[in-house]
Design a protein around this ligand. Structure first.
Ligand code: SF4
Length: 313
C-alpha cells in the first residue's frame, strides 16, 4: 500500500506531513488566546456556549489571555521547543471565536501576530456565522502574503443535534460563512465532533460525507468529552449522552477517513481534554493508544484515507 501523502506508517494525510513538505522542516503551531468570546455565550445568539465547551473556549493549553500576545507567543514557543527543536512557527488564535469583533480590532490583533519573529504562517479558529464579507476580504489579503488558514467549527451537519448542543447556528448558516472564505481561495479547515448526543454511527458518517463534498483544506475530528463543569455533565448524569467506546471511535473515525479525499489534511484525530476535569471517556487520556489503534485498523482493513472518496459508503 502506497498512500501518497505519507512517509511513515500513517495511512492518512497528517498536518505534520503537510507542514514538513511545505516548509522543508518541522513547523510548530503556537496556540494563543486573544481574549475573544462567542456569540452563543454573550447573548448575541445564545447564552452558555456549546454544552461541551471548556471554560477556556477550547484554548486550554494557551497561556492566560491576560498576558500580551507577544508574551504568550514567547512562553509557548519556549515550552514547545522543549518537545520539538524547530525554527519555524505558526501563531494560532485558537480560543473562542477569533473573528467576533470589529474589523479594526481584528486588524490590530492579526497584524501583531504576523509580526512575531520566525513565523511562517498564521491560523485563526472561528465560527462560520462570524465571517462577514469585510472579514473575508481582510483574510484574503493576509492569504496573499503568507501561509494562512482559517478553521471553522461545524461539529455536525444535523441541525437537531446543533440545537441540542446549543451551537446556535444551522448547517446552512455554516455554508454561508464557509462559502465567503472559499470563493476567495482561503485555506479553510472544518472541525467535527464524534459522539454528540443523539447521534449514531450513520449520522457521523453523513457529517463526514458532507464535509468531503465541501473539499476543505483540512479536517479535525474531535471526540466528545464530558467535563465536570460543562453543561453536558447534567445530560450525561441523566443518561442522555452515551459515550463512545474506544473501539466504536476507532471504527467510526477510520470509516470517516476512508470517505475523505486523500488530499485533505487531517489536523487532528482526537483532542486533549483538561485531564483534571475529564469525566468521560477516560480511555481518551491514552491518546497515543487511540492513534495506534487507528493505524492498526487501517492495516487490518487494508485501506487508507480517501479509498472510497468517490463512492458512497
Ligand atoms: S463556539 Fe467554540 S469556543 Fe464558543 S462556546 Fe462553542 S465550542 Fe466553545
Amino acid at each position: 500500500m502506497n498512500f501518497p501523502y505519507s512517509d511513515d506508517n500513517k495511512r492518512y494525510h497528517t498536518l505534520n506531513y503537510h507542514l514538513r513538505h511545505t516548509f522543508g522542516t518541522k513547523v510548530v503551531r503556537i496556540p494563543l488566546d486573544a481574549g475573544f468570546t462567542c456569540p452563543n455565550i454573550d447573548g448575541k445568539c445564545g447564552v452558555g456556549g456549546c454544552i461541551y465547551c471548556s471554560d477556556r473556549g477550547s484554548g486550554d493549553f494557551s497561556e492566560s489571555p491576560l498576558l500580551p500576545l507577544e508574551k504568550q507567543y514567547f512562553l509557548m514557543r519556549e515550552k514547545m521547543n522543549k518537545k520539538w527543536e524547530s525554527t519555524k512557527f505558526i501563531p494560532y488564535l485558537q480560543a473562542h471565536t477569533n473573528t467576533y469583533a470589529p474589523i479594526e480590532k481584528l486588524k490590530k490583533i492579526y497584524n501583531t501576530c504576523l509580526a512575531f519573529p520566525d513565523v511562517c504562517g498564521f491560523s485563526v479558529a472561528t465560527r462560520a456565522d462570524c465571517i462577514t464579507e469585510e472579514i473575508a476580504d481582510f483574510m484574503a489579503e493576509i492569504s496573499g502574503k503568507t501561509y494562512f488558514t482559517v478553521e471553522l467549527g461545524l461539529q455536525t451537519v444535523h441541525d437537531r443535534t446543533a440545537e441540542i448542543i446549543n451551537r446556535c447556528h444551522t448547517y446552512s448558516d455554516f455554508l454561508k460563512g464557509y462559502g465567503l472564505l472559499r470563493e476567495r481561495n482561503i485555506n479553510t479547515g472544518i472541525h467535527i465532533i464524534n459522539g454528540l448526543p443523539g447521534e449514531d454511527r450513520q449520522m457521523m458518517l453523513e457529517t463526514m460525507q458532507e464535509v468531503a463534498h465541501l473539499e476543505p483544506h483540512s479536517v479535525k475530528i474531535h471526540l466528545l468529552y464530558i467535563l465536570d463543569y460543562a453543561p453536558i455533565k447534567e445530560l450525561y448524569d441523566n443518561g442522555k449522552v452515551k459515550e463512545l467506546s474506544r473501539e466504536e471511535y476507532v471504527d467510526i473515525t477510520v470509516s470517516q477517513l476512508e470517505i475523505l479525499p486523500s488530499k485533505t489534511i487531517v489536523g487532528r484525530l482526537t483532542g486533549d481534554a483538561p485531564k483534571e476535569h475529564l469525566v468521560s471517556p477516560l480511555w481518551s487520556l491514552k491518546k497515543f493508544c487511540v492513534l495506534n489503534e487507528i493505524d492498526k485498523e487501517f492495516v487490518r482493513r487494508n485501506t487508507f484515507q480517501g479509498i472510497y472518496a468517490d463512492k458512497q459508503y
